[in-house]
Design a protein around this ligand. Structure first.
Ligand code: FES
Ligand code: FES
Length: 156
């Protein structure tokens, strides 16, 4: 089957079975390998992308469900200057260790900060609750999201 997807601001055509996962299409057909596969069953958030601005796990979305929706991956977020402070804050706060969870964490944080520019700690914990990290203990990630929110909201 042929599908036309709207990915990171561009229309792309892909050939895939309708039951193909968006995660596999992104990584294997489109080379967007920033989106990671962890559990493959909706539990870890490593594969998080935005679909029409909402956080979704790409391992649970079929390509046929993605057609007609605006998909943004970590590559698309990284290309937007407004999210630069988010990446900077993760690095400054030492919130990245092995890095495997980071694309999903950043996607979850961006979705949260779009809704709540200055989230409370409880809101950050809730916003990142679908994302697992085996390395950091989460404290530095929460600090990074707080710092990024302050900077983005204040425009500094
Ligand atoms: S790989 Fe999709 S949620 Fe874990
Ligand atoms: S930094 Fe290693 S899983 Fe999060």
């Amino acid at each position: 089957m042929s599908y036309t997807l709207h990915i990171n601001g561009q229309l792309v055509s892909v050939q895939a079975p309708g039951t193909a996962r968006l995660l596999d299409v992104l990584r294997e057909e489109l080379g967007l390998t920033g989106t990671k596969e962890g559990c493959g069953e909706g539990e870890c958030g490593a594969c998080a992308v935005h679909m029409d601005g909402q956080l979704v796990n790409a391992c649970l979305v079929l390509v046929c469900q993605a057609e007609g929706h605006e998909i943004t991956t970590i590559e698309g977020v990284a290309a937007q200057a407004r999210w630069r402070p988010l990446f900077d804050a993760f690095v400054e706060c030492g919130a990245v260790q092995c890095g495997f969870c980071m694309p999903g964490m950043v996607m979850a944080a961006a979705a949260l900060l779009r809704e709540r520019p200055r989230p409370s700690e409880a809101e950050i914990v809730r916003g990142l609750s679908g994302n697992l990290c085996r390395c950091t203990g989460y404290r530095k990630i929460i600090t990074a999201v707080q710092r990024a929110g302050e900077r983005i909201a204040s425009g500094s």
